[in-house]
Design a protein around this ligand. Structure first.
Ligand code: 5AD
Ligand code: SF4
Length: 467
């Protein structure tokens, strides 16, 4: 569904119809913020007449939205650009645009321009409001156009072509001021810029009117929402206001930084009936020494205290995390601290990563003495322990009825529907009917580490909302 907004007017006579009769294909790498940026890119393109192509071969324009957080997604983009070369040779008028976090870095933008001559436009994370003009410029030029200038003004409302009809991403704050020593994000997404509360509420209300049931509020660190706004408000205030929007049934958010998680936010999570009992709270490491080197500005003791408070105040809360192993200088003892913390917290799920040096960050200059094989072995040990814990926690749901928001057919089994519980757990259940977009009670019959199997039950209200 294409949402047109006031900013659609920013299209000039040259750009207003530049996509008429043409189609686009979009590749997206990385986090939810990037997924949403791609919805904005699609929205902008559709507002100028482009339509979505079924595949890259059919498209007149290919856009790649890149991620820079680790090396792997960057390598994938490199491989994809190589793969697209023959396509461009076959189809001379094909346009290729590359943007996002990777290309926001000057050296990488310059490298892509030089190395991949079949790319027509290189743009950064700040370029979206000017995307139509940039594309028009690239289309009428024989040279690669590069735009990675950083802008600090608000992005405003841009057209959005949303992927789903019942759950929506809603960015509340862009950028990050934290400079965790391993992280590239503050360099490629700029400083924190909160959207005005009224702008967010207006978007939330219009989504609710359009039938959306679930919102996921996005930000690199949603907990610092409001600190840069002239009005005095914080993330807890914003959540409370959103909880009052009629028609919405579920509100989620990510990501939270432990150093900014306030008691008021925990209280609002406990009291707001629409606010899901799930918190993604990346710990990154369980060692105080490593946390300090990471510039995380909390200790393991403080983190454990937060977890205790969350569990005490929000019955059945699911806590998930991100953990990095093999940070420069991580000893076996440091790693043991991480394992101990994981066993103590008992995360519902954790995304585990091997540290990947990012050029320009503080950690990239630290001496990295941990051998690769040891990093991989640590990752394996951590993942096994976490998997066991996830399985045990999920097993507690056996026989219980949970509320599932149905997302569609399972990709691996077309006889099953897939959806998520309020705690963000993936549930598969058999159905011949297409119940996409419905909130249903499902009884859990099988529990695994990464998903649950259940049966739809009628006439029974969900008894475990936090499942
Ligand atoms: N190496 C490995 N993992 C990283 N992350 C961020 N930067 C790096 C890096 N350089 C992880 C963190 C973060 C998640 C989004 O990605 O765990 O929370
Ligand atoms: Fe990166 Fe830290 Fe900011 Fe998260 S809070 S985006 S890990 S710098």
């Amino acid at each position: 569904m294409l949402e047109l907004t006031d900013k659609t007017a920013a299209l000039t006579p040259q750009t207003a119809q530049m996509g008429e009769g043409k189609s686009y294909y979009l590749y997206t790498f990385g986090c939810q913020m990037n997924e949403h940026d791609s919805e904005v890119i699609a929205g902008i393109l559709e507002s100028t007449g482009f339509t979505a192509a079924a595949g890259p071969e059919e498209a007149d324009l290919i856009v790649i939205n890149t991620c820079a957080v680790r090396r792997k997604p960057e390598e994938k983009v490199g491989a994809l650009l190589g793969m697209l070369q023959p396509l461009k040779e076959k189809k001379e008028d094909l346009f290729i645009a590359v943007g996002g976090c990777m290309t926001q870095q000057e050296e990488i933008a310059a490298y892509i321009k030089k190395r991949f001559r079949h790319v027509n436009l290189v743009f950064g994370t700040h370029s979206l409001p000017r995307f139509p003009q940039l594309l028009e410029k690239a289309m009428s030029s024989r040279k690669t156009v590069v735009d990675i200038e950083e802008y600090t003004d608000s992005r405003g409302n841009l057209p959005i072509s949303r992927q789903d009809r019942f759950k929506a991403w809603l960015p509340v704050i862009y950028g990050c001021n934290n400079f965790c020593s391993y992280c590239i994000v503050p360099y490629v997404r700029g400083r924190e810029r909160s959207r005005p509360m009224e702008e967010i509420l207006t978007e939330a209300r219009s989504l609710a009117r359009a039938g959306y049931l679930e919102l996921t509020l996005l930000g690199q660190n949603v907990n610092s929402y409001g600190q840069d706004l002239p009005e005095r408000c914080d993330f807890a205030d914003l959540l409370w206001e959103l909880n009052r929007v009629d028609g919405l049934r579920r509100i989620r958010f990510m990501t939270s930084h432990p150093k900014d998680l306030s008691p008021r936010l925990i209280e609002v999570m406990a009291r707001g009936e629409k606010i899901c009992e799930h918190l993604h709270l990346p710990v990154q490491s369980g060692s105080n020494r490593i946390l300090k080197l990471m510039n995380r500005r909390y200790t393991r003791e403080r983190y454990l205290e937060l977890v205790r408070s969350l569990k005490e105040n929000i019955p059945g809360v699911a806590i998930t995390s991100d953990i990095i192993v093999g940070f420069p200088g991580e000893t076996e003892e440091d790693f043991q601290d991480t394992l101990d913390l994981v066993k103590e917290v008992r995360f519902d799920n954790a995304f585990t990563f091997i540290y990947s040096p990012r050029s320009g960050t503080k950690a990239a200059q630290m001496e990295d003495v941990v051998p690769r094989a040891q990093k991989e072995e640590r990752l394996q040990r951590l993942a096994e322990i976490q998997q066991e814990i996830s399985k045990e926690i999920n097993a507690e749901l056996l026989g219980k009825v949970v509320e599932v928001l149905v997302e569609g057919r399972s990709k691996n089994n077309p006889e099953m529907l897939t959806g998520r519980t309020r705690a963000n757990k993936l549930v598969h259940f058999a159905s011949t009917e297409d119940l996409t977009g419905r909130l249903l009670p499902v009884k859990i019959s099988e529990a695994r580490a990464f998903n649950l199997i259940g049966e739809a039950v009628s006439g029974e209200e969900p008894v475990n909302f936090s499942g």
